[in-house]
Design a protein around this ligand. Structure first.
Ligand SMILES: Cc1cc2nc3c(=O)[nH]c(=O)nc-3n(C[C@H](O)[C@H](O)[C@H](O)COP(=O)(O)OP(=O)(O)OC[C@H]3O[C@@H](n4cnc5c(N)ncnc54)[C@H](O)[C@@H]3O)c2cc1C
Length: 303
């Protein structure tokens, strides 16, 4: 039985792991990937110590630091269950493995919200994508649609206008993004904005050839011929694994105390998966440190 199992190797989980390892706790770090959302970020200008750093480079530095400690790191592990057992917790992965630890820290972050329309799931990875930073270059010289009207959508539009032949921005509501951002691109002849249009279907077989959209005012439908669809309609917490043990708030977030404690003794959470305001790398890292130190104190008392 480990002292602590940490689920998620984003900024919160990796920071927590360094803190628990430095307290000499036997630490297991389980994650689908290394880096989380920071990998999807091109330019970071607000992580202290770096005037500017690319997300992938910051993740490399985090991972390098984690690897300096005797932390058991297991990547490509999808945690699907977390249960209370005598003296701690048992974690279950999609591959059927189980791991036990006296304490657990959930640092599983967020994932992109999906549209939930026909064709989306089938064409995921075949033209439907949720990350312009990661996949944008695949659509060089092609026509693409960005779905969404908020800041992440307009940022994807700005990125894709440098790469694609034409960008359609399709928003269910009037645009809600910062004016400053849309003003930078709204006169670009390679951009067409459809506000108050619902995306009805993603078309194509075996890869995307278009989307069907509907004008919410007139009810008129049209097909946009595109090779790529960037879904940029927000993020949802990866909190399913905690559902059996914890009550989530209405946003699906895990509620924690200011020390990262959940309602279950010995179970902690940190970063974007929690109700802590401001979803930022520096905040997630700080919360990871707090949860780790609280787990250490818990083990001193009850371990
Ligand atoms: C496009 C974009 C740009 C951003 N730009 C900035 C910026 O410039 N500055 C800034 O400060 N913040 C930025 N952010 C926000 C920042 O990236 C997040 O706040 C931060 O990454 C949250 O860290 P986290 O560790 O809580 O979660 P995440 O980064 O989401 O990491 C979660 C980890 O958990 C793993 N995981 C999830 N579910 C499971 C599971 N079931 N089993 C195992 N592992 C699992 C994931 O694989 C991942 O490794 C940006 C976010 C996005 C999307």
């Amino acid at each position: 039985m480990y002292d602590v199992v940490i689920i998620g190797a984003g900024p919160a989980g990796m920071t927590a792991a360094v803190y628990t390892a430095r307290k000499k706790l036997s630490t297991l770090l389980l994650s689908k990937d290394v880096g989380g959302q920071t990998l999807w970020t091109n330019d970071i200008e607000n992580y202290m110590g770096y005037q500017f750093i690319e997300g992938a480079e910051l993740v490399e530095k985090f991972e390098h630091q984690v690897r300096q400690f005797p932390i058991d790191v297991k990547i490509e592990e999808d945690v699907v269950g977390l249960a209370s057992i005598e003296g701690g917790f048992e974690v279950r992965t999609a591959g059927g493995e189980t791991y036990q630890a006296k304490t657990a820290i959930i640092a599983s972050g967020k994932k992109p919200r999906s549209l939930g329309v026909p064709g989306e799931e089938r064409l995921r990875g075949h033209g439907v994508t949720y990350c312009s930073t990661c996949d944008g270059p695949l659509f060089e010289g092609l026509k693409v649609a960005v779905i969404g009207g908020g800041n992440s959508a307009v940022e994807a539009v700005i990125d894709m206008l440098k790469i694609a032949e034409h960008v359609y921005m399709v928003s269910l509501t009037p645009l809600t993004c910062d004016r400053l951002l849309i003003d930078r691109v709204k006169e670009n002849p390679n951009l067409t904005v459809y506000a108050e249009y619902a995306t009805q279907e993603v078309l194509g077989d075996p890869s995307v050839t278009g989307i069907r959209i509907k004008d919410l005012k007139s009810g008129e439908e049209k097909i946009l011929e595109v090779s790529g669809v960037f879904v940029e309609i927000g993020l949802i917490p990866n909190s399913d694994l905690a559902k059996e043990l914890l009550k989530l708030n209405k946003l699906g977030e895990i509620e924690v105390s200011c020390s990262g404690e959940t309602a279950v003794p010995g179970l902690f959470a940190a970063g974007d998966v929690t109700n802590v305001p401001e979803k930022q790398i520096v905040v997630a890292a700080g919360e990871g440190a707090k949860a780790a130190l609280q787990a250490y104190r818990y083990l001193q008392k009850f371990g």
